[in-house]
Design a protein around this ligand. Structure first.
Ligand code: MG
Length: 335
């Protein structure tokens, strides 16, 4: 590029934008769909489809375990996959602050390209807006994803049934604590890093073999506690969690204690909840354990009918308490 800082002209739709597209975006994100540069992408896909959109505003944009670019791919791919779908295509819209270092934009874009290749999805259409200094903080990214359903009557938050078991694919709170500690300039422990990862390939393997999975959901913003409450409400069942079975890294627990945070409310970006009939549990755990993204998978609870719409946390001493949703957002700009 002709400048090492992003100029307003680069989002103008004129020659400067063209150079940005050809010299930066196509270089890192290019594929046979995107390279055509028509007004829209032409997709060879058949329904029913799963579709999801999310806007990424995470601060800081680079963090241990990822950056805003890889997160914008993983977050949307994971949501599309949670309906039992194979994510195929993503759109990508950047809102960029004038004066942003071109090197930063290039690093984020390269990271998006790599994340998309690993998740086996293509970024097929996009948009770039550059706004005056201060109108946005460095870089915001929106991605929308679509995927083909792998099973006819796939998983949904409405399908948890009494007698089901609740599995989790690994440790809770890693992403949320990573972002917060970096933002506060705290470095508790070099081992603390985001779990940001694409879950779709593991989900595909599980859905193909176990189409009877009732619910899949990634506990992102609001963490496990919020997500499991959503499921209890949607399915009108009690979700009972066993506190001592919920995996939390020692260093994450330590950081949370220091900051007065509950890891059950912290965002995850590479984990999922799987709710399914008890007889499918062993095979589901085997499939998860075979994958690097599910090595820490375990059963953390069960679905009952006693307190419909509620989440009950059973403590190690045998006490019970209601695990509620938060009133508002615990941490802004976490994803
Ligand atoms: Mg989700």
């Amino acid at each position: 590029m002709h400048s090492d800082k992003l100029l307003l002209d680069f989002g103008s739709g004129g020659k400067a934008s063209q150079r940005l597209v050809s010299e930066l975006f196509l270089k890192h994100l290019g594929n046979s769909y995107l390279n055509r540069l028509d007004d829209a992408a032409l997709l060879d896909i058949t329904g029913p489809l799963s579709m999801s959109t999310d806007t990424y505003t995470v601060d800081p944009i680079f963090f241990p375990g990822g950056d805003i670019g890889s997160l914008a791919v993983h977050g949307t791919v994971n949501d599309v996959a949670m309906l039992g779908a194979k994510p195929r295509f993503l759109s990508c819209a950047f809102i960029l602050e004038e004066g942003l270092d071109m090197a930063v934009l290039e690093k984020v874009t390269a990271s998006m390209g790599e994340a998309a290749r690993k998740a086996e999805v293509a970024i097929v259409t996009g948009d770039t807006k550059v706004v005056p200094r201060g109108a946005v903080d460095k870089i915001f990214i929106n991605t929308t994803g679509i995927g083909e359903l792998l099973v006819k009557d796939g998983p949904s938050g409405h399908k948890a049934r009494p007698g089901d078991v609740i599995l989790i694919s690994g440790t809770m709170g890693d992403h949320g604590l990573t972002i917060l500690s970096r933002r506060e300039g705290l470095e508790f422990d070099a081992r603390i890093r985001s779990d940001s990862a694409p879950l779709n390939l593991l989900i595909e393997k599980m859905i193909r073999e176990l189409p009877g999975i009732h619910v899949l959901r990634d506990p992102t913003r609001g963490g496990l506690a919020t997500t499991i409450n959503e499921i209890a409400q949607q399915s009108n069942v009690e979700c009972r969690l066993f506190e001592d079975r919920i995996p939390i890294r020692e260093e994450v627990q330590g950081g949370c204690s220091f900051l007065g945070l509950d890891p059950l409310y912290l965002a995850n970006e590479g984990k999922f909840i799987c709710i399914l009939p008890g007889e499918l549990k062993e095979r589901a755990l085997e499939l998860m354990h075979e994958d690097v993204l599910g090595t820490g998978a375990c059963m953390i609870g069960e679905v009952r009918d006693e307190h419909p719409g509620k989440v009950v946390l059973e403590t190690p001493l045998g006490g019970n308490r209601l695990l509620d949703m938060l009133e508002g957002e615990q941490l802004p700009r976490i994803c």
